[in-house]
Design a binder for this molecule. Structure first.
Ligand SMILES: Nc1ncnc2c1ncn2[C@@H]1O[C@H](COP(=O)(O)OP(=O)(O)O)[C@@H](O)[C@H]1O
Ligand SMILES: [Mg+2]
Length: 260
C-alpha cells in the first residue's frame, strides 16, 4: 500500500503546490514511484507539469463525483516514476456536489484502494479552504503536511487546521498524523526568526527539521513545466526539498516500524 500524504493549509500562497511537486520529484529522484493528485480547481500543479487544464477531459473530480477508477484517470509526466491525476476547473462543482453523496468523506480513500495503483507515495495537493475535497484528502491520508510561512496570518491559520485534524481523527481517520513545514523562510527577517522559534516551542516534534528558504528559482520552474529538482538541480530549494523528502521517508519508515 502506498503512503498517502495530503499537502493542505487553509491559507493560499504558502507553497502547498510547490511542495507537492518538489517533494514528489525529490522522492522519485531517490527511487520511489509517486502519484500526484491535483485536487484544486486552480489546477496549478497540473499546469506546473506542462499540462493545459482546459484540455483535461478526466480529472480528480471524476473520481470524487463518479467513482472513476484512479488508474484510468492518471497519466505519465515527462519524469519517469512520476504520474499525475490532473485537475480542471470542474473541480469547483466537485466541491459543491460532493457532500450530496452518501459517505462522501471517504470516497477518495476507497478509490485509492484501487489495486491497479502501484506507487510508494501518493501526494494530494489540496485547495486553500477546508471543504469537502480537503476533508476527503485528510480522510484518505497517513500524513498531513502543512506548509506554513513564518508570518503572523499563516501561523494564525494553523488554529483552524488543528481543529480540522481533531475532527478528522474523531470522524473518519483516527490514524492521521501531521507535520508542519516552514516555507519561504528568510533568515535575515527578524519576524521570520521569531515566529519560527515560537513554532518550535508550540509544536516541538510536529515541526519538521527541514526549512524551505525563499528561492526565486521556484518561481521559474513552473514556467519550464518542470519541478525545481530537475529544472535547477543545485539551487538551494532543490537541496532543501531533497532533505525534506529524506526526512519524510525516514519518518514514514520509523512509524511503520513502531508496534501498533
Ligand atoms: N521557497 C519559495 N521561495 C520563493 N517563492 C516561492 C517559494 N515557494 C513557493 N513560492 C512561490 O509562491 C507562490 C505561491 O506558491 P504555491 O505553491 O502556488 O502556493 P499554494 O499552493 O499554497 O497557493 C508561487 O508563485 C510560488 O512559485
Ligand atoms: Mg496551490
Amino acid at each position: 500500500m502506498a503512503i498517502i500524504i495530503s499537502i493542505a493549509n487553509e491559507k493560499g500562497g504558502v507553497a502547498k503546490t510547490t511542495t507537492a511537486l518538489s517533494l514528489g520529484a525529490a522522492m522519485v529522484e531517490s527511487g520511489a514511484r509517486v502519484l500526484l493528485i491535483d485536487l484544486d480547481a486552480q489546477a496549478n500543479l497540473t499546469l506546473a507539469l506542462g499540462i493545459e487544464p482546459g484540455k483535461v477531459q478526466r480529472s480528480a473530480g471524476n473520481i470524487l463525483l463518479e467513482s472513476a477508477q484512479p488508474s484510468l484517470v492518471s497519466r505519465e509526466t515527462g519524469i519517469p516514476g512520476l504520474d499525475i491525476i490532473p485537475a480542471n476547473n470542474e473541480m469547483v462543482y466537485t466541491e459543491r456536489y460532493l457532500p450530496s453523496r452518501p459517505g462522501y468523506e471517504t470516497v477518495l480513500r476507497k478509490a485509492l484502494q484501487d489495486s491497479e495503483l502501484d506507487y510508494d507515495f501518493i501526494i494530494l495537493d489540496c485547495p486553500p479552504f477546508l471543504g469537502s475535497v480537503t476533508m476527503n484528502a485528510l480522510s484518505a491520508s497517513n500524513l498531513l503536511l502543512m506548509p506554513t510561512q513564518a508570518e503572523y496570518f499563516s501561523v494564525y491559520a494553523l488554529r483552524n487546521m488543528m481543529y480540522l485534524i481533531r475532527r478528522v481523527r474523531a470522524q473518519t481517520n483516527p490514524q492521521l498524523t501531521y507535520r508542519l513545514l516552514i516555507t519561504m523562510f528568510d533568515r535575515r527577517n527578524r519576524i521570520h526568526r521569531t515566529l519560527s522559534e515560537q513554532l518550535h516551542t508550540t509544536f516541538a516534534d510536529g515541526l519538521l527539521q527541514t526549512v524551505i528558504e525563499t528561492d526565486t528559482r521556484l518561481r521559474e520552474s513552473p514556467i519550464a513545466g518542470l519541478p525545481v529538482i530537475y529544472h535547477s538541480p543545485k539551487t538551494r530549494s532543490a537541496v532543501q526539498y531533497r532533505a525534506l523528502a529524506q526526512e519524510i521517508m525516514d519518518y514514514v519508515k520509523e512509524t511503520a516500524a513502531e508496534p501498533a
